[in-house]
Design a protein around this ligand. Structure first.
Ligand SMILES: [Zn+2]
Length: 478
């Protein structure tokens, strides 16, 4: 069957062709059959396909993915493990001898307190890229990283795993100056979970549960006063990872950890539907809501749903620039003064990366086309253009000041946060093109691709050169 469409709208195909009921869905994104002990209990309108069932066909998106994957593969595993091994006193040897490792620069320098975050992002990105392409090179790179990290974890003892000493966590607990140790650990938690979910790496699951146990033992005895002091510091989406670890293992101590990082000062105003964003650090804020979204999915807590939806609308209606990005110099500002915030430092890419994540959750709950419209706007205007088509390097900001220019990373001496999330951005375009429910299939993005709907035994192919042309052509094969 071939269908031509010339209107950019959500399309649900005829139920007569594709009808059948929905099974229990996990919306973290994709279904990951058999890997979740705690399934989503919240009602779901639509579900995404697993990334491994979607393949990109030639397009600018696929070009970005290929440049991203070439960069990822060029980064030597021993270099990515070097700061971890140094922290643990473990050294990589060749036939028992000493091996010199050329050190990475930028935020991966040995004196940078965020060191190791890129390795976490790459664990995710290798998993995503393996699912998106089926190419063994990404599986091998991910496996090598996980094996190296397991060795480091054993040497550090007690389940702790990081590229910096535990002392940074202690400083955080005491309210002393330190960059963001839990933020950095979150990248490892998330990366190891993704290695399990997307690349079926069982060792990664063992390593990350030991990290979770370490965190539980560390935080359980602390006072409420210490907790509140500690979580004032940026901790990324570590609570979202704990919810995911709880969903995978069914172990309630990980749910306890997720709730431990509930940030009262930030989330309580959202419960009251109050936009209290002020001049807060934007990318510190968004992942806290991602955890609330996950909380709703696993417990059907209505308060978490309402505040997540309120926040999404507050962001899109009041705090988002035309291209779909947010933040000026990484912070919120008075939305009545937008014109004063067209600077060279607008639109931190990590903020859009996280807003797209939140949008995927909300779209699964509601199937609301306005969420899909935002997704498309931000993906085309910001994420697709984050990467330099000449070199494959990526930008931190999307500058909106007239006459300003994008500043791209270097290959081995930047490793900003947006480089880390950037590795993931260009590996997972396939995640949000198609959704499905018992009424049919949704084509949310006009991106040349093919989706294999296993339960129905059919393949849908999409050919388009949108936005140059307004049409797309869909072919269905049983
Ligand atoms: Zn960033």
């Amino acid at each position: 069957m071939r269908i031509d469409m010339n209107k950019k709208v959500l399309v649900a195909f005829a139920a007569s062709v594709l009808s059948a009921g929905m099974s229990a869905q996990s919306v973290y994104p994709g279904q990951h059959h058999g890997k979740m002990k705690i399934e989503t209990v919240a009602p779901v309108s639509v579900a995404s396909f697993d990334l491994k069932d979607v393949r990109l066909l030639p397009s600018r998106f696929r070009d970005n993915m290929l440049r991203d994957s070439a960069w990822m593969v060029s980064l030597d595993v021993n270099r990515l493990l070097h700061s971890f091994r140094t922290n643990a006193g473990v050294f990589a040897g060749r036939e028992g001898g000493y091996m010199t490792v050329k050190k990475l620069g930028g935020w991966e320098s040995l004196d940078c307190e965020l060191r190791g975050h890129t390795t976490g992002h790459l664990l995710s990105a290798f998993g995503l890229m393996y699912a998106a392409t089926g190419s063994e090179i990404f599986k091998l790179k991910g496996d090598s990283l996980v094996n190296g990290l397991e060795e480091v974890q054993k040497a550090l003892k007690g389940g702790y795993l990081s590229a910096y000493p535990e002392e940074l966590i202690h400083r955080n607990m005491q309210g002393k100056g330190v960059w963001a140790p839990w933020y950095t650990l979150h990248k490892l938690f998330s990366g190891l979970i993704d290695q399990y979910l997307y690349a079926d790496n069982r060792t990664a699951l063992e390593v990350v549960t030991r990290m979770g146990d370490w965190a539980y033992n560390k935080l359980k005895p602390l006072s409420e006063e210490t907790r509140r002091l500690m979580i004032r510091n940026e901790f990324g989406g570590v609570n979202e990872s704990f919810y995911n670890l709880y969903a995978i293992t069914g172990e309630e101590r990980y749910q306890w950890l997720a709730e431990y990082f509930y940030h009262n000062d930030v989330i309580d105003p959202l419960k009251e539907q109050r936009d209290d964003l002020g001049t807060k650090h934007t990318n510190t804020f968004i992942p806290k809501v991602l955890a609330e979204a996950r909380h709703y999915e696993l417990t059907q807590n209505e308060t978490s749903r309402k505040l997540s939806e309120y926040f999404w609308h507050a962001m899109i209606d009041h705090h988002t620039y035309a291209p779909g990005c947010s933040s000026d110099k990484e912070h919120f500002f008075d939305p009545k003064k937008f014109s004063q915030h067209l600077t060279g430092y607008t639109g931190e890419t990590c903020c859009t990366y996280n807003m797209l994540k939140l949008s995927r959750h909300l779209f699964c709950w509601t199937g609301d086309s306005s969420i899909a419209d935002y997704y498309e706007r931000a993906l085309y205007n910001h994420i697709l253009g984050q990467q330099d088509p000449e070199t494959g390097m990526v930008a931190y900001f999307l500058p909106l000041l007239s006459g300003s220019h994008k500043l791209y990373s270097t290959k081995e001496n930047s490793f900003w946060c947006c480089v880390g999330s950037g590795f993931e951005n260009h590996a997972k375009y396939g995640e949000a093109i198609y959704y499905h429910n018992d009424q049919g299939i949704y084509v949310n993005l006009f991106i040349p691709s093919q989706v294999n709907w296993r339960e129905k035994g059919l393949t849908l192919s999409q050919e388009t050169n949108f936005p140059a042309n307004e049409t797309t052509q869909l072919s269905i094969r049983r």
